[in-house]
Design a protein around this ligand. Structure first.
Ligand SMILES: [Fe+2]
Length: 310
């Protein structure tokens, strides 16, 4: 008898993120006209946007009284794995928020939902509606897909334990005992946790197809009169480029590219010291300002039970 039940599923990718924002309409305009995502659906107080890749949508915005995480959505391969995940969640003592079944939502699919220990809503989905990639050659300097989401946590060890033990994610690297970078596929990280006084959204990163697209995207924002809060630069952990901006609601969004690809059987987790040389490999970005730190700290997230209505 193993000490712990096996992880609930093999997560294939980070599909999408839902952000609750005080400025849904303004932010939808920003993510469409400036950031480079395309709206696929609108409803009262909600907008769904896609990148050029194959995901039905990568971002959902929801009008809310305070900024918060709506949910994080991961893909699994089949509906049968969703059903098996429900049984294993039970074995882990994790209650379901939504039983496995067809999802009556934009993009459809088959899935289930549950909460993490700090009240983040997680959705696993399979059989989501297909879309044709917008731009196979990637000429416009717009995001292809979600790269990662970084979440502030009040207990990084307990949170990492949940995502590794229950969700089967692997820790790729630590940045001292301040940040943990977790993967579910070859991308160095699709989610990272940052130790903080309270849980909140730190930032959401979007993958540009190349470093040229990354720089041209920054250029397009400059033409809109928007300059980076931090960057451009290249991080040590993940070796990805970064440039951080604030959306109209004050949530932080990042353009990134060239994230390190992990060979699962060969990778060894490292601990990075938080020095300027290791955090900013090019030496172009300098240390993060008070302003970007305040945006990344955000406001305390009360968790999905504060607003979830089933
Ligand atoms: Fe990032």
């Amino acid at each position: 008898m193993p000490e712990h039940p096996p992880p609930i599923a093999r997560l294939r990718s980070l599909r999408s993120v839902t952000l609750r924002t005080t400025r849904c309409d303004d932010s939808a305009g920003f993510y469409n006209e400036v950031w480079g995502l395309r709206p696929v659906e609108r409803d009262w107080g909600a907008v769904w946007l896609r990148g050029t890749g194959q995901e039905h949508h990568v971002l959902q915005l929801q009008q809310a009284e305070q900024n918060a995480l709506g949910k994080v959505v991961f893909s699994v391969a089949t509906p049968a794995e969703i059903d098996e995940a429900a049984r294993r969640l039970d074995a882990h003592g994790v209650a379901l928020v939504t039983e496995p079944g067809k999802l009556d939502q934009v993009g459809g699919g088959y899935g289930l939902r549950f909460g993490d220990p700090e009240g983040r809503l997680i959705e696993l989905t399979a059989n989501v509606e297909a879309v044709v990639p917008d731009d196979p050659d990637g000429h416009p300097a717009v995001p292809r897909k979600l790269a990662h989401v970084v979440l502030n946590t009040a207990d990084i060890d307990n949170t990492c334990e949940f995502y590794t033990r229950v969700l089967g994610m692997r820790v790729s690297d630590w940045s001292e005992h301040q940040m943990a970078f977790l993967r579910c596929n070859a991308d160095h990280h699709v989610i990272a946790f940052n130790q903080a006084p309270f849980p909140s959204v730190n930032h959401v990163a979007y993958e540009m197809p190349s470093i040229d697209h990354f720089m041209r995207g920054i250029g397009r924002l400059r033409h809109h009169g928007i300059t980076p809060l931090w960057g451009p630069g290249r991080h040590g952990p993940g070796n990805n480029t970064f440039s951080y901006f604030a959306d109209p609601g004050g949530l932080v969004c990042e353009y990134t590219s060239e994230v390190e690809q992990v060979v699962e059987d060969a990778w060894l987790c490292r601990v990075w010291r938080r020095t300027p040389e290791l955090s900013d490999l090019w030496g172009t970005a300098g240390p993060p300002s008070k302003d970007v730190r305040a945006h990344m700290a955000g406001v305390p997230d009360p968790g999905y039970t504060a607003w979830w209505q089933g």
